[in-house]
Design a protein around this ligand. Structure first.
Ligand code: B12
Length: 234
């Protein structure tokens, strides 16, 4: 929709409004996306439903047209900023569970890679599930991961990569952990669109997670195992 912003978003039903969010995200209309997120929440949508059905689905469509050469970097940047604005509204709501802390995670995108939407989404969902998350941002060389691990002593290390050229860097980080005899002290989860399970296994990660919901389930699983092991050895 490229009209003069005259469209009254409140007059749309849920389905039309969701469609409109996809269009507004595509067009990089940050304020419209923010308004629609507020309206969907007011209508009783859960933050998770808004996140997945309105925002993530919208970004998926952007991804297809980027791949096909219909959208270019500047447009995708605007879309990404709109997505982030929507996520910023949802973040405190998702984190508001009051659940007891399940564990601690350090998460960051690897060196050479500046994609951070998926990583931030995982961070948000993990917080929402009760994990303490230290998000170390994008373009992280191995030293940054090591510093964060030393400082925060997490249970889980999460690495994100969206490029086939940057995903091998995960192995550099894991190999460094091995060299230092620290690999088994952490649960290493990896994610990003070009990865898969075989890759995760090949680089020595504990698991590949295809999305944020799987990341939460996988993290909980591993934490349960860790506690059982600790209990057994006590
Ligand atoms: C948005 C975007 C950008 C934005 C990034 C903005 C930002 N702040 O993130 C901008 C415009 C900057 C960008 C730049 C580039 N991009 Co780009 N980008 C995308 C796009 C369209 C969407 C990515 C996204 O945000 N998806 C939405 C989120 C929610 O999904 P997600 O990232 O996959 O994350 C989920 C899971 O993967 C998983 N997950 C992710 N991380 C982690 C981490 C852990 C620990 C776990 C457990 C799970 C997990 O959970 C997440 C949530 O469910 C993708 C297309 C695509 N299909 O992925 C291309 C894409 C990744 N980009 C691509 C390219 C080529 C580039 C550029 C090289 C373009 C250029 N010519 O400059 C640059 C590289 C910049 C760099 N050095 O990093 C290619 C990569 C191709 C390849 N095979 O390597 C893609 C696939 C597009 C394409 N088909 O051509 N890009």
């Amino acid at each position: 929709m490229s009209d003069e912003g005259e469209l009254d978003l409140r007059s749309l039903n849920d389905e039309e409004l969701t469609q409109q969010v996809h269009d507004d995200l595509y067009d990089g209309l940050k304020e419209e996306v923010e308004e629609a997120v507020h309206i969907l929440l007011e209508r009783g949508w859960t933050p998770y439903k808004v996140l997945t059905e309105a925002l993530v689905e919208g970004m998926r469509i952007v991804g297809i047209d980027f791949r096909d050469g219909i959208l270019f970097v500047p447009e995708v940047l605007l879309a990404a900023n709109s997505m982030k604005a929507g996520m910023a509204i949802l973040r405190p709501l998702l984190a508001e569970t009051g659940a007891p802390r399940l564990g601690k995670m350090v998460i960051g995108t690897v060196k050479g890679d500046i994609h951070d939407i998926g990583k931030n989404l995982v961070a948000m969902m993990m917080e929402g599930a009760g994990f303490e998350v230290i998000n170390i941002g994008i373009n992280n060389p191995v030293e940054k991961y090591l510093d964060a691990i030393a400082e925060h002593q997490p249970d889980i290390l999460g690495m994100s990569a969206l490029l086939t050229t940057t995903m091998p860097y995960m192995k550099v980080v894991i190999d460094t952990l091995k060299e230092k005899g620290m690999r088994d002290d952490y649960i290493v989860l990896v994610g990003g669109a070009p990865l898969n399970e075989e890759f995760a296994k090949a680089v020595g990660a504990d698991a590949y997670c295809r999305d944020a919901a799987v990341a939460v389930e996988t993290a909980k699983d591993f934490m349960k195992r860790k506690h059982n092991l600790l209990a057994a050895s006590a």
